[in-house]
Design a binder for this molecule. Structure first.
Ligand SMILES: [Zn+2]
Length: 237
């Protein structure tokens, strides 16, 4: 074929454009996954706040329990004091006095516990406020990242459109039968149909071909396929 050399040249160019298109497709496909990953990471960061809020709830419950205990004891003290007014003997009186003393001592321990819980609640609230600030910043970062990825997606789509147009124009120049063969190989061979022969090695499968193949490729009389991977060979010279 007189113009086979030109046809092969066109195929090499076409392969370059297709490789570019595949790469852009891959990059475009990776963007939603990248956004999902960022979102998962952000959600993961929210679990610490949930933990802190649960801790706070538990502390409030504990405080209410202690306050209940305190009220019960105070009720008991009042009851003892009323009984004190009714007793007849000193012995009964001092027994009640001892009960009152004990209950008061218990109550001061409970009061201390309650104060301690108040401190813990304060600290927990501070941690929660800090965590919320952190998450707000993280959310802003996540938003920025999403915006950046959306911009990147737009840029890639624009680039893809341009390359596809170039590809269309170029494909129109290729002989129909040769184009059909090329496209079949592209489909079956992971997007790589046209490969150079370097020395005697096919640059598609990297196997060494018999020495006469290099001559056949250089002659450009017919399309030469790699006998191992069936790709179209061309000479870089
Ligand atoms: Zn090969």
């Amino acid at each position: 074929m007189e113009n086979l050399k030109d046809q092969i040249k066109l195929l090499v160019e076409l392969q370059g454009l297709d490789t570019h298109i595949f790469r852009l497709d891959d990059e475009l496909e990776s963007i939603p996954a990248a956004i999902n990953k960022k979102e998962e990471e952000f959600k993961e960061k929210n679990t610490n706040l949930k933990k802190l809020e649960d801790e706070l709830k538990a502390l409030v419950v504990k405080r209410k329990e202690k306050e209940g205990d305190l009220a019960t004891k105070e009720g008991a003290i009042r009851k003892f004091q009323q009984q004190q007014n009714l007793v007849k003997t000193n012995k009964e009186y001092s027994a009640l006095r001892d009960e009152i003393e004990r209950a008061k001592a218990d109550n001061s321990i409970i009061e201390e516990d309650i104060l301690k819980i108040f401190d813990e609640i304060d600290a927990e609230n501070k941690s929660i406020a800090k965590e919320k600030d952190f998450l707000k910043a993280e959310e802003a970062k996540f938003g920025e990242e999403k915006k950046r990825l959306a911009a990147e997606e737009g840029r890639l789509k624009g680039e893809l459109e341009g390359v596809k147009k170039q590809r269309e124009d170029l494909a129109a120049k290729v002989d129909k039968n040769i184009l059909k063969k090329y496209e079949r190989i592209v489909k079956n061979k992971d997007g790589l149909a046209v490969v150079a022969l370097k020395g005697d090695a096919c640059q598609g499968c990297f196997r060494v071909l018999p020495p006469q193949v290099a001559n056949e490729v250089k002659m450009n009389e017919e399309i030469i396929f790699c006998e191992y991977c069936a790709r179209i060979l061309y000479s870089e010279e």
